[in-house]
Ligand binder design. Structure first.
Ligand code: CTP
Ligand code: MG
Length: 242
């Protein structure tokens, strides 16, 4: 079995930086390259996938201004690691990365670099399910009661339309793992511009995507508060493993 992991690390982290920082974005370190418990955020995911033998190729999509320095820095240290150019949208970053996936790859895992807590056990569970069905994604159950509200763009008119049935709702996470040709086909046949995950494109091919509930924290660092929480969890994990 030969699998590839695509780690997405080319976003601009607008929500992380907040509106106030928009003027000085160039000098700021993007959230996926900040140091967290001794390593850049993206490297935790690279190492989680590298620790699984079948992941023979790891591709990291990065912003253009970092491509050269990262390639030089990690080239000698990790032979199976390739850096590629990200794109304007998440979709474009995945598409670029797909162009360097080796032809004999069986399964492709797509993972957000902004989820550094991802555990080997959860990756293996999603992979096992993908091997059975061709397509599987990490999810978590909703903890809160979810409300459908009126159009959020009509600011003065936001109110509850209805309460959704929490029992059938899931929060989609990554990794999302697909049989290689299936994912390529889905990206070739892009159905919409507004895609925020890979599963949505595969669902568009009328393929059944299985869901696997994660057992360990795997939240995405979206805001500064998430970063603080992830830092605290890493610190706690390293303390109890000593
Ligand atoms: N990503 C990417 N290329 C893009 C956009 C996003 O590789 N053009 C990556 C991000 O680096 C992140 C993951 O996709 O690891 C999930 O995206 P998100 O959390 O939305 O990160 P950003 O797009 O960077 O943040 P924001 O939406 O707040 O700008
Ligand atoms: Mg984004």
């Amino acid at each position: 079995m030969k699998n590839t992991a695509i780690i997405l690390a080319a976003g601009l982290g607008k929500r992380f930086r907040g509106a106030a920082a928009s003027g000085k974005v160039k000098n700021r370190v993007l959230k996926q390259f900040l140091n967290i418990n001794g390593k850049p955020v993206f490297l935790w995911s690279v190492e989680a996938f590298s620790s699984i033998k079948s992941f023979k190729q790891i591709i990291v999509a990065v912003p253009s201004n970092m491509l050269k320095s990262l390639s030089l820095k990690y080239k000698r240290r990790k032979a199976n690691l390739v850096f590629t150019l990200g794109g304007d949208e998440r979709f474009d970053s995945v598409k670029n990365a797909l162009s360097v996936v080796e032809n004999d790859t069986n399964f492709i895992a797509v993972h957000d670099a902004a989820r550094p807590l991802v555990s080997k056990k959860d990756i293996l569970a999603v992979l096992k399910s993908a091997e059975k069905t061709g397509a599987a994604i990490a999810v978590e159950k909703m903890k809160d009661t979810i409300k459908l509200v009126s159009d959020v763009y009509i600011k003065n008119g936001e109110y509850v339309l209805k309460t959704l049935d929490r029992a059938v709702l899931r929060n989609a996470q990554t990794p999302q793992i697909f049989e290689s040709n299936l994912l390529k086909r889905a990206y070739f046949k892009k159905i919409s511009d507004a895609v925020t995950d890979d599963s949505q494109l595969v669902e568009g091919l009328k393929v059944k995507v299985s869901v696997v509930e994660t057992r360990f924290p795997n939240f995405k660092i979206t805001t500064k508060q998430d970063f603080k929480l992830a830092s605290a969890l890493f610190a706690f994990q390293s303390r109890i493993s000593k």
